[in-house]
Design a protein around this ligand. Structure first.
Ligand code: GLA
Length: 597
């Protein structure tokens, strides 16, 4: 949580503006609520000094950096000031040689200056040097690492010629995953992660990967960084907010404590999310809170209206976002018109639920106990986290949502599963070690907005982000209802064959139980698969081979004493390229087998 300069000022950032934001964070109480990072985005640099490769800061806009001496410039006085205010300091760089502003903000007064080499301010060739400078010498706590350097400086391009940049054969092709070198992009970020671990062995830093959902980062970001952008840049429009939300909302199993899906910084305070659009601003904030997105406010806090502080300062929603268990909200009712998102809190006795009207018309939304995995016929108490009003119902309750409105409640009731958890209730405890995807496929379910930059100057908006076919909570990898031989499951985990999930058995449950089988939606209809459960590496239970049409097979594993439980599905015979869609129906961790269905 914190503040970022980009949506407020783009490259026209300066020390007064940043310190002004920092002061408001402290004075308004937002810092106490958790907004403690102050992140300087693109625009801070002057050049890379050629005598020793040391980055020089643009002191015209960051005067306190003019420290002189052999170092030339230093951000230490700046980070000292932030630290003295009880805040943390964040900085921006690029994984390639050049940054995004050097491709997209050519009019900017704050672009790096000098020769071609002096303007190479990105990490390429300088990973250790720059990371040590930023984290050991300058005292930053957070780094956002962009990726335009790997995408936009194409040999022979007008940009490279006009600006006299050194070309780099792109490792990321934004419009073609098959022309993107996923492994090379990942290994560059891994090198940064290694340098960071060495620079800050206490692990007291945040690595924010900004590869905009490209290069299959939605699948591997969790293994490399603390957050990873799941989509292109947010713009202050409803349609862009939908697009960015969608890019992260179906990836709950890929996030958890210390590693988060990042649908981008907040655009609250601007255009369709300004003080004249509080319904939309509240929706934007609620959705980011529900999916554990980083909450980085990014408007000019010095001049912001109080009503917006009331939005981003909703302490209850911040508590939901920051809940220590780290379970991202799961979309339990899905449509293009309205969605229901449910997030397990704390020890599981409480849940947060958001009812989200995506459309511009009023939406009828019936919330059912089953959406919450709470028992039917028992009172469910809802506390509205905006109005603070209480509401009690049992079974189901009908709401009518205003256009673009999101209602959000904290819910308590009797849990469907009193003696444990469905794994889809605790996605933060699940690690998708191997998701079984044979090749990166593009996710077609993300809201297709008119591109904010090119408009309709193309044949249309196409799928862009890999990750389709990954593991899903309460749905198949391709977004279908979980179903084995005609038996549908409200709860469960959908995977592909040759996948491996790791589950932290934090509450020391005794049993893992499920009903497993080939999902009725599987396109591979011939292949048999087997399901296996391991506890700390030991095989505990396995199914016989099952094929499409085989009835759901019960599987029960005694996991007493196991810290890590693994759920594996393997093709019975190797050689098929098409994965089998495999369903862990009702998969749950329970204290005893008796009380479970
Ligand atoms: C990219 C990033 C943005 C911002 C700009 C800076 O577009 O995705 O968040 O950092 O670069 O130039």
């Amino acid at each position: 949580m914190g503040w970022n300069s980009w949506n407020a000022f783009r490259t026209e950032v300066d020390e007064d503006k940043v310190m002004g934001a920092a002061r408001v964070l402290v004075d308004s109480g937002l810092a106490k609520l958790g907004y403690n990072h102050v992140n300087v985005d693109d625009g801070w640099w002057l050049k890379r000094r050629q005598s020793d490769g040391r980055l020089q800061i643009r002191t015209g806009i960051f005067p306190s950096a003019a420290t002189g001496g052999a170092a030339g410039t230093s951000f230490k006085p700046f980070t000292d000031k932030l630290h003295a205010m009880g805040l943390k300091a964040g900085l921006y760089t690029d994984i390639g040689r050049n940054a995004c502003s050097q491709a997209y903000d050519l009019h900017s007064p704050n672009l790096p200056q000098g020769t071609t080499a002096e303007r190479e301010v990105g990490l390429e060739g300088h990973v250790e040097q720059d990371i040590n400078l930023y984290f050991k010498e300058w005292g930053f706590d957070y780094i956002k690492i962009d990726a335009c350097g790997l995408a936009d400086f194409v040999p022979g391009s007008k940009l490279v010629k006009d600006q006299d940049y050194r070309a780099l054969a792109p490792l990321i092709d934004r419009s073609a995953i098959n022309r993107t070198d996923i492994g090379a992009v990942r290994s560059r970020y891994e090198a940064v992660s290694t340098a960071l671990k060495a620079a800050r062995p206490n692990n007291d830093y945040i690595l924010s990967i900004c590869a905009w959902g490209m290069a299959n980062v939605r699948s591997w970001g969790k293994d490399v960084g603390n957050s990873w952008r799941t989509s292109s840049d947010i713009t202050p429009s409803w349609t862009s907010m939908l697009h960015n939300f969608d890019s992260a909302a179906k990836r709950p199993l890929y996030a958890g404590p210390g590693h988060w899906n990042d649908p981008d910084i907040l655009h609250i305070g601007h255009e369709e999310f300004d003080a004249e659009h509080l319904v939309e601003a509240r929706s934007h904030f609620t959705l980011w809170a529900m999916i554990n997105a980083p909450l980085l406010v990014s408007y000019d806090l010095r001049n912001g209206p109080a009503s917006l502080l009331g939005v981003v300062g909703n302490a209850e929603l911040i508590r939901i976002n920051q809940d220590q268990s780290g379970h991202q909200g799961v979309v339990t009712y899905d449509s293009d018109d309205a969605q229901i998102i449910v997030k397990t809190l704390g020890d599981g006795s409480r849940k947060a639920v958001a009812l989200f009207n995506r459309s511009a018309s009023p939406a009828p939304v019936i919330l059912q106990a089953r959406h919450l995995k709470l028992a039917d016929g028992v009172a469910i108490v809802l506390k509205d986290l905006w109005s603070k009003k209480m509401l009690t119902f049992s079974g189901e309750h009908a709401f009518t949502l205003a256009p673009h409105e999101t209602l959000v409640f904290e819910a308590t009731g009797k849990r469907q599963l009193e003696n444990g958890f469905y794994l889809s209730e605790i996605p933060g405890a699940v690690n998708v070690a191997v998701d079984g995807t044979r090749q990166a496929e593009l996710d077609p379910t993300i809201h297709r907005m008119i591109d904010p930059w090119s408009g309709t100057r193309s044949s249309g908006s196409r799928a862009q982000y890999a990750g389709w076919g990954g593991a899903q909570a309460d749905a198949t990898p391709y977004g279908q209802t979980l179903q084995i031989a005609g038996q549908a499951f409200d709860s469960g985990i959908g995977v592909l064959s040759n996948s491996r999930l790791q589950v932290i058995n934090a509450s020391a449950h005794a049993w893992l139980m499920a009903a497993v089988g080939v999902d009725d939606s599987s396109a591979n209809t011939g292949q048999a698969v087997r399901f296996y459960v391991y506890g700390d590496g030991r095989l505990l239970a396995e199914s016989s081979p099952v094929t499409l049409g085989s009835k759901a097979t019960p599987i029960t594993a005694n996991i007493k004493g196991s810290k890590i439980v693994e759920l594996v599905v393997r093709d019975a015979k190797s050689g098929t390229t098409l994965p089998v869609v495999a369903t862990w129906g009702d998969v749950r961790l329970v204290a005893d087998t008796a009380a479970s269905d």
